[in-house]
Design a protein around this ligand. Sequence first.
Ligand code: PEP
Ligand code: MG
Length: 877
Amino acid sequence: MQKFVYLFTEGNAKMKNLLGGKGANLAEMTGLGLPIPQGFTVTTEACNQYYADDEKLSKDMEKQIFEALKEIEKIQDKKFGDIYDPLLVSVRSGAPVSMPGMMDTILNLGLNDDSVLGFANRTNNPRFAFDSYRRFIQMYSDVVMEVPKSEFEKIIDEVKESKGIKSDLELDVDDFKLLIKKFKKIYKDAIGEEFPQDVKVQLLGAVRAVFRSWNNPRAIVYRRLNDISSDIGTAVNVQAMVFGNKGETSGTGVAFTRNPSNGKKGIFGEYLINAQGEDVVAGVRTPEPIDKLKKDLPECYNQFVLFASMLEKHYRDMQDMEFTIEEGKLYFLQTRNGKRTAQAAINIACDLVDEGLITKDEALLRIDAKSLDQLLHPKFNEDALKKGKVIGEGLPASPGAAAGKVVFNAEEAKKLGVGGQGEKVILVRLETTPEDIEGMVASQGVLTVRGGMTSHAAVVARGMGTCCVSGCSDIKYNEEKQEFELGGKIYHAGDEISLDGTNGVIYDGIIETEEASVTGNFAKIMKWADEVRTLGVRTNADNPRDTKNAIRLGAEGIGLCRTEHMFFDEKRIPKIREMILADSTEAREKALKALIPFQKEDFKAMYMELKGLPMTVRYLDPPLHEFLPHTDDEIKELAKDMKIDPDTLKQKVADLHEFNPMMGHRGCRLDVTYPEIARMQTRALMEAAIEVKNEKGYDTTPEIMIPLVGDKKELDFVKDIVVETAEEVKKEYNSRIKYHIGTMIELPRACVIADQIAESAEFFSFGTNDLTQMTFGFSRDDAGKFLDSYYQNQIYEFDPFQRIDENGVGKLVTLGVKLGKKTRPDIQLGICGEHGGDPASVEFCHKAGLTYVSCSPYRIPIARLAAAQAAIKGRKN
Ligand code: PEP
Ligand code: MG
């Protein structure tokens, strides 16, 4: 018979996967001789079996649960459901990875109309006993039977009102008896049965409810956000109750061995005298700092401190502990490695190395790479945030905090914002277009009604480190009136809002922000990471400012310079438009010629910042009509500039319309139809590289990257143009500069024929944004609209545009790597999709044998740490 239930005396900390974190640690603490109310754990395997059996507990499980209960009765010397001295238990969830507050808990289980009398007698405290019983009915009804909590709260308020009292503390035993009667009626009305008096029925109901809570919506969301698999399941811990609400020598609290905000060593926590744990968590009463326990119950405090430090040494990490004191006796109810901010994680990891408790490798593994985001962007002052009024939510597209005045277009942002009048502005758009780029630079933050995590706004904002909340579909946006409605208020230009890009939340008014600081320990951790990682880390950048920033954060070069971003400037866009709308090759060449100096100047500025670090330059990629004017006014203005009839221009714009632009005339297809584009870009790049090399002596070996290649011949066609032009420029300059020509691998076909492509391509860079889009067959800009239903229904556990889909897209990458290396064993392999800055995807890239990842500047430290973690994990396996 499979063992589904373990007594605390049977387990240990190593059995986390089977017993969950809480169960394994309760067992470990029992083994260490700490004061633990005894109990047992129903395993995660039982949870998975429960789901496999259509949400039923098997007879075996039930039998083992009651056998274990018998053992607990013996240890605690009490009987479950007894009418003289009943054993009461708590039933709590505990997954292998801690998911605080996401699943359910039931306390005081084992009370019924009879046992409550025994409990009252035994404790000599009828008020306490009946209060416990009414709390249990309330919790059981809510958690197990899903009767809304509010119905019970309403009754409590009515009773208090009829007595003219304000606080629960003023309710007496008769009030609780009355409440119990009323609560039972609510239960019967809702469920159609009496409240269960059989304590065994209560226990099984509670175990089922905890298993069920593994799949409640908030647990599903939490797992997605924290990369936790839905397969692991939760364990259930059934533990003898101890009571912190038995009077002035009882209490309950939560404490950490180090400060979870800044990592400072020393007991940090809160407690409440005469209270049950839920009072602390639910905030019904305001807890006292733990120091007060020193005065109230010094012996308990000293004992607690001693055990806490013992636990920290034992686990070699900061502990987060729950405790209860019952009539002067201390019990531990839980210990776990405490959750902490990124700053605290870094400080604690460094301190633990100094204290000799952990190695540098362990220190690196202790820090959640994703959390470093918190350290790299301005953040809200926490006290100010607590008081903020939330008006809406969207996607956390680019982390950070921003507060400022609403503007509705890029022009206004430029006029009022950074580089203009210097005010703090938030750009609010239906969606962003390439022309908004300058407005984005001038803004503190960007809010869009449409667009996903890899939408233009999101990619660009992350690149610039600008806070962005995208896809807030609750906004009623009125472009014409220049206003939007959100959270019941209409906002006009100049009204103030704040954005939390880390969590995707929008606030009314200004919330104070603080500059991000990079501490000494942060730098230390980064140095340790660089010592162990084997994967290179480059950045996606297309202007000197981002380049400089990325190098400051540790980038080893540019893995993706998206050249189209260089044309969004107001001086250049008319030239691009002329080029697109030109009738003849000559006219197109003329317009392109005018762009060469701009493009060359940009490349030179980039090479100056790079000082010899490599740069992969990706040739023009987006569908051309993205550059075109949209409104009648814009068309009129451009027609005037181009000296053509507005209607002719309008017709041309209409002709360029594509039904599916992402699969349309873009990428290398542009160079195939307009070779002069590749010619212009090659000339600008080669001239820039040669001049910088000549002037400064920097190594500037251009890496020319052709996008969206799906066929070797297609690449060869463009490559011939590039080589011809590059050689021409070299001759003109009498230069022997080297250059490399490679391609993006972002079409499934390219992965499948990568061996053929590698015959012409000297390097690959996996464009996993497009590769994901093309493999799944859904648009990177629109998928956000329906992916939520996929998470809710557990079809997908995470957004494949954020974390690489190893099962599908990953296999294509692996195939591309294998075939590429077959043809060209020393081929340079990078990734430049958004996945390059996602820790789980970075680990995949390490395992896949890539040369480097490339990500937006503010994700560089994350990628460095994630690459180090992948290397350490790889060594262990
Ligand atoms: C990609 O497709 O992954 C990529 C990096 O290119 P872009 O996002 O510019 O399409
Ligand atoms: Mg792409």
